[in-house]
Design a protein around this ligand. Structure first.
Ligand SMILES: Nc1ncnc2c1ncn2[C@@H]1O[C@H](COP(=O)(O)OP(=O)(O)OP(=O)(O)O)[C@@H](O)[C@H]1O
Ligand SMILES: [Mg+2]
Length: 156
């Protein structure tokens, strides 16, 4: 199932992330693809708040740390990765990524191409593109019925 939306401001992109976060009820792996500055981190800022990450935690880009983790309720965690600087999937072991998979985590990954090539099972892919007016065109691709149903609640 695919769903596309255009956001004209960064606040709109954050709001979209917020609404997705509110719809999430359990572990989920999300890939965010798109060029530099197209709004991936902006989206995650809203997603984190929608998931219930407390305002005391500023949401920053994991540009150099590769991974930032935030507690949510019910033992769920948000793991935000930016793999722009990752050389190979093997390096992920050094940042504890293998320990993450199969745990109670919402995983959201910017620059996910190495993981996609490694067949990491993402539940949802969002692609961010610029249109001619420099707005953001955000497309959702869901895999599986559960995530498709979750997205339906976003659209309606
Ligand atoms: N409609 C919009 N949606 C999102 N961001 C927007 C929008 N309009 C303008 N912006 C601005 O574009 C920039 C997006 O930066 P952001 O860090 O979210 O991009 P990114 O995709 O994470 O980049 P990178 O690949 O470098 O991590 C911000 O400065 C934001 O304020
Ligand atoms: Mg970013």
């Amino acid at each position: 199932m695919t769903y596309q939306i255009i956001t004209r401001t960064d606040a709109r992109t954050r709001d979209l992330g917020y609404r997705l976060g509110q719809a999430v009820t359990g572990p989920l792996a999300i890939a965010l693809t798109g060029d530099l500055g197209c709004g991936k981190t902006t989206f995650v800022k809203g997603l984190a708040r929608g998931l219930g990450v407390d305002e005391q935690y500023p949401i920053t880009s994991p540009t150099f740390t590769l991974i930032n983790e935030y507690p949510i309720a019910d033992q769920l965690r948000l793991c935000h990765l930016d793999l722009y600087r990752l050389g190979s999937v093997e390096e992920l072991a050094h940042i504890g990524f293998d320990d993450l998979t199969g745990t109670n985590a919402v995983i959201v990954v910017e620059w996910p191409s190495l993981l996609i090539a490694d067949r990491f099972p993402f539940d949802l892919t969002l692609t961010f593109e610029f249109n001619s007016e420099y707005h953001r065109v955000i497309s959702f691709f869901a895999y599986g019925q559960t995530v498709t149903n979750m997205l339906s609640s976003l659209i309606s």
